[in-house]
Design a protein around this ligand. Structure first.
Ligand code: NAI
Ligand code: MG
Length: 356
């Protein structure tokens, strides 16, 4: 029997609440198949850990995580710890050290989910974002000079390496080819006269290797407008770290809300563990109340199943989410219901049961 070792970093706020439910769903799926099981190891890292130890994770944290098949992450961030510390010292560190250079974020309006858009059909909202995940605007390069002085100067540099840019764009072309869908590049070459001119050039170069893939290219501001006005023109989308971060929150808003949006941080070479997470944060405003929506973390569990090659189970979980949304009976308050976090997950498990 294959035993998948999963590192669980539930994190802060609603992180542990939603991840606990995702673990239940993963265990349910594993129980249906005698061929594999999950072995979860929990790490208490995050802002509470920081408050006690002055660091977001153990010193040998990265070394420890290397041994795992995947990481299942809730959310990090809590009042009292500056967001740039909580994000940089845990989440971004893992993404960079494990070369998880592909961030896959589906923006797909599931059956039964509500969109905030008018005059669009469900099928029109089916985008697959492929976001660069290790460099770009989040490279962490810069300077803070003359701090607190009248002549204070701050520089935040973006890093677009040829290697980093080529590999994300090539990954996106491969995905578009495999799915038989078009690929749209989103950039901003009119204003970012080095980084994005380069990005567009690399996109052009690589597109020549994929004559069978239809392409489009938009400026990020126009793309934001078009995602709202005419989302059907986007299928597979490739973009930079910052633009992808922003546009996928917009994507969450048009595809059922932040309580539903999931993301996978992938190391395509599988040399290091990949990481699966809901894209929302720790939601301190509702933490501890038992009302956080677990669907995003359950969708990310389904992405994990896909990644391990169990696509049919991944689909079963996604189908169960759709059925729950169509029933529209057991939903958390963010979706207009009155159910608790665990009631939603328990219903998902029932629905998986009735499907076998
Ligand atoms: P957030 O995503 O935590 O919350 C935004 C709004 O959405 C809040 O009103 C919250 O109640 C609601 N919300 C989020 N997830 C929900 C869920 N599953 N069910 C129901 N409602 C949900 O973003 P915010 O408030 O900007 O950030 C809070 C903290 O989370 C900050 O410290 C931030 O740095 C951190 N954060 C961490 C992320 C991560 O770990 N990947 C991602 C985004 C933010
Ligand atoms: Mg974000």
């Amino acid at each position: 029997m294959k035993n998948y070792k999963i590192a669980v970093i539930a994190g802060d706020g609603i992180g542990p609440e939603v991840i606990g439910e995702g673990v239940k769903v993963l265990n349910k799926v594993a129980a249906m198949d005698s061929g594999f099981r999950f072995d979860f190891t929990y790490f208490p890292w995050g802002c509470e850990f920081y408050a006690k130890h002055g660091k977001m994770m153990d010193d040998n944290g990265i070394e420890t995580l290397k041994e795992f098949d995947a990481i299942y992450l809730g959310a990090v961030g809590f009042p009292g710890v500056p967001d740039h510390i909580s994000l940089w010292d845990l989440l971004l560190r893992i993404r960079k050290e494990f070369k998880q250079y592909v961030n896959i974020r589906p923006v797909q309006l599931l059956k039964g989910a509500k969109t905030s858009l008018v005059d669009v059909k469900r099928e029109d909202i089916n985008l697959l974002f492929i976001r660069e995940n290790t460099e770009g605007e989040y490279a962490g390069a810069g300077e803070w000079l003359f701090k607190g002085q009248p002549n204070e100067v701050v520089l935040q540099n973006s890093v677009f390496s040829r290697k980093g840019t080529e590999r994300i764009i090539r990954y996106a072309f491969e995905t578009a080819r495999k799915e038989g869908r078009s690929l749209t590049s989103i950039s901003k070459a009119n204003a970012l006269n080095y980084s994005m001119v380069f990005w567009d050039q690399v996109f052009e170069e690589i597109s020549a290797e994929y004559p069978d893939v239809e392409t489009a290219s938009y400026l990020v501001d126009a793309a934001a407008m078009l995602m709202v006005k005419d989302p059907k023109r986007f299928e597979v989308v490739v973009t930079s770290n910052l633009f992808g971060d922003i546009l996928t929150d917009l994507g969450a808003a048009i595809a059922g809300g932040i309580g539903l949006a999931a993301g996978a941080n992938i190391n395509p070479e599988r040399k290091y563990p990949s990481m699966f997470e809901p894209i929302h944060g720790s939601a301190p405003d509702i933490a501890g109340k038992g009302i956080a929506n677990p669907l995003a973390s359950i969708w990310s569990a389904s992405q994990m199943l896909d990644f391990f090659g169990y696509e049919s189970y991944g689909k079963q979980v996604l189908d169960a989410i759709e059925e729950l949304l169509i029933e529209s009976k057991i939903l958390t308050p963010d979706m207009g219901g009155t159910a608790s976090t665990s009631e939603v997950a328990d219903r998902i498990i029932d629905l998986i049961d009735t499907r076998i």
